[in-house]
Every structure is written in structure tokens, then in C-alpha cells.
Design a protein around this ligand. Structure first.
Ligand SMILES: NC(=O)c1ccc[n+]([C@@H]2O[C@H](COP(=O)([O-])OP(=O)(O)OC[C@H]3O[C@@H](n4cnc5c(N)ncnc54)[C@H](OP(=O)(O)O)[C@@H]3O)[C@@H](O)[C@H]2O)c1
Length: 278
């Protein structure tokens, strides 16, 4: 398995996204800067932030301090509901994010939530696709889009390269992933470790962890990767950060994958994208 997945898109050049990225919410300020800095030192090349996390400045500082070339780090950010709209509005959101990050282009810019009450998410997707043409963003996508939101974007003739949604073995969100896959949209899993909760204690996860001498988190992340997702685990701890990145050199068997699949509770996301958004 390669370290990167390919993003479908409107760009003429192929955009590759590292399969494991560092999640950064709710880290802010010095804590965020430290977590991102140590992650980049450990080999992470993909960082996930958002306007709403109030940490783009800290992420940008850590990237600058890393000594890495800009082209070596993949930076994702997302914009809030008041920036949904026409190209000028979305462009302004991108420019403000770039200013906070101290960067001159974004690798991936996402509509953070569909906010269907405003009914401007399709227009926002059109605007994002237009922004790729300007070089301000290399690729674009959506987050927290349910199949009926995605459908409206597809009807407008656009295929978002990415849909970032909550997925862990207890919340597999199969209907959303099926819709993503059917449309050629890459699924990026947020809260991929179930926020460090019960899923890491599940026997379907602990069994392979013992067999392979790996941590439960590594088993869960490997499950994501073997199913073709990108995952953005968050840790502020340098050892756990390193472990979470080290998931490319072992493999779960077909039976182990099936056993992890079987622990899905069928529960939906923590927050309902038809009701919640910012
Ligand atoms: N698009 C969206 O709407 C959206 C929503 C939520 C989150 N996100 C993104 O997704 C990222 C990740 O999601 P998340 O932070 O909610 O949950 P998560 O990554 O599933 O879990 C984070 C928790 O797991 C712990 N953890 C990390 N690695 C571990 C390991 N190897 N063993 C045991 N525990 C471990 C962390 O604690 P320590 O720090 O102590 O290691 C932390 O408490 C966020 O940071 C954010 O970037 C996006």
C-alpha cells in the first residue's frame, strides 16, 4: 500500500494526499504548535485544521518551524457557514485562512458542514472548484455531507474529491461511504479512533493487536487504510503520534477485517448535519 491516496479533481496535475494525517482539534496555541511540530518531526506530512478550530496560526507556525519545504506538507482546512456562497465569498475565506496559516496556497479546502438551512452548499462547491483553477487551492472537498447533500452537488455536475466524515468501527456510516464510493469521492475518516473511547477496548480490535504486537489504535487505523480511507487521528502525545503513523508495514487478515466490520453499531454521527453546522 502506498503512503498516499490520489484525489480526483479538476486540477491538471495529480494531487496525492497522505493516507494518515494529524487531526488538530481541539488543540490550540502552544499545545497545537507542539503537537504539529513533533508530528512533522516524526514524519507526518498531512495536517488537518479548520477555521473553526482557531488553530490555523499555530499549525502554520509549526509548518514554518519544521524546515520542510512547503511542497512536502499537505495542509487541509475548512471554512464556516458565513463563507458559503459565490466565488468572491469563498475566495475571501481561502485568503483569510492562508493569512492565518502564513501560506500561499492550500492543499485541500473543505466546506466544513453543509448547513442546509442556508442552502448555499452547492454554490460553495462550484466556487471551490473555480478556486482550484486559480491555484489558490490544489484540491477541494466537503465534510459531513450525507448522501442527499452529496446528491445535490452531483446533480450540479460536480464530484467533490473528498468527503470528510466521522468513521470508526463502532460508527462505520456505511450508507455515507457507499454514496461516496459510488460517486468516486474519497472518504476521509475523522474521529477515526472513536475519540480514544470504547472501540479501542473492543475484542475485535484487541485480538489482532495482540497477534501483531501492535496497539489497538494501530489496528483501527490499519482497518481504515485497508478499506481505502484516509484517516486523521489526533494525539498530543509524541509516542502515540508516532504509533498512529506507523500503520503501513503490517496487515490485517480478511477474517480480522470482517470481525472489525462486525462491531458496527449502526449508530449515526455524533452530530446530525441536517441540524448542526457552523
Ligand atoms: N470535519 C469535522 O467536522 C471534524 C469533526 C471532528 C474532528 N475532526 C478532525 O478529526 C480529528 C480527529 O478526531 P478526534 O480528535 O475527534 O478523535 P480521534 O482522533 O478519534 O481520537 C482522539 C483521542 O484519541 C486519543 N488517542 C490518540 N492516539 C491514541 C492511541 N494511539 N492510543 C490511545 N489513545 C489515542 C487522543 O488522546 P491523546 O492526545 O492523549 O493521545 C484523543 O483523546 C480532529 O482532531 C479534527 O482534526 C473533524
Amino acid at each position: 500500500m502506498s503512503d498516499n491516496a490520489v484525489l480526483n479533481g479538476t486540477s491538471v496535475t495529480e494531487v496525492q494526499i497522505p493516507r494518515i494525517g494529524l487531526g488538530t482539534s481541539p488543540l490550540t496555541g502552544g499545545q497545537c504548535r507542539e503537537a504539529v511540530g513533533q508530528a512533522l518531526d516524526s514524519g507526518y506530512r498531512h495536517i488537518d485544521t479548520a477555521e473553526n478550530y482557531a488553530n490555523e496560526d499555530a499549525v502554520g507556525q509549526a509548518v514554518a518551524e519544521s524546515g520542510l519545504r512547503r511542497s512536502e506538507v499537505f495542509v487541509t482546512t475548512k471554512f464556516n457557514r458565513d463563507s458559503h456562497g459565490d466565488v468572491a465569498t469563498v475566495r475571501s475565506a481561502a485568503e483569510r485562512a492562508l493569512q492565518r496559516l502564513g501560506l500561499d496556497y492550500l492543499d485541500l479546502l473543505l466546506v466544513h458542514w453543509p448547513n442546509p438551512d442556508q442552502d448555499r452548499y452547492v454554490r460553495s462547491c462550484e466556487s471551490l472548484a473555480a478556486l482550484v483553477e486559480t491555484g489558490l487551492v490544489r484540491s477541494w472537498g466537503v465534510s459531513n455531507f450525507k448522501p442527499h447533500h452529496l446528491e445535490k452537488v452531483l446533480e450540479a455536475g460536480l464530484v467533490p474529491p473528498v468527503n470528510q466524515i466521522q468513521v470508526d468501527p463502532h460508527h462505520a456510516q456505511r450508507s455515507i461511504e457507499r454514496a461516496n464510493t459510488g460517486a468516486g469521492v474519497l472518504t476521509a475518516a475523522y474521529s477515526p479512533l472513536g475519540r480514544g473511547g470504547a472501540v479501542l477496548e473492543d475484542p475485535a480490535v484487541r485480538g489482532p493487536a495482540e497477534r501483531l504486537n501492535r496497539t489497538p489504535a494501530q489496528i483501527v487505523l490499519r482497518w481504515h487504510l485497508q478499506q481505502g480511507r484516509v484517516a486523521i487521528p489526533r494525539s498530543g502525545d509524541p509516542t502515540r503520534e508516532r504509533q498512529n503513523l506507523d500503520v503501513l508495514s503490517f496487515e490485517l487478515s480478511a477474517d480480522e477485517m470482517t470481525a472489525v466490520d462486525a462491531v458496527d453499531t449502526g449508530a449515526g454521527a455524533r452530530l446530525d448535519a441536517d441540524e448542526f453546522g457552523h
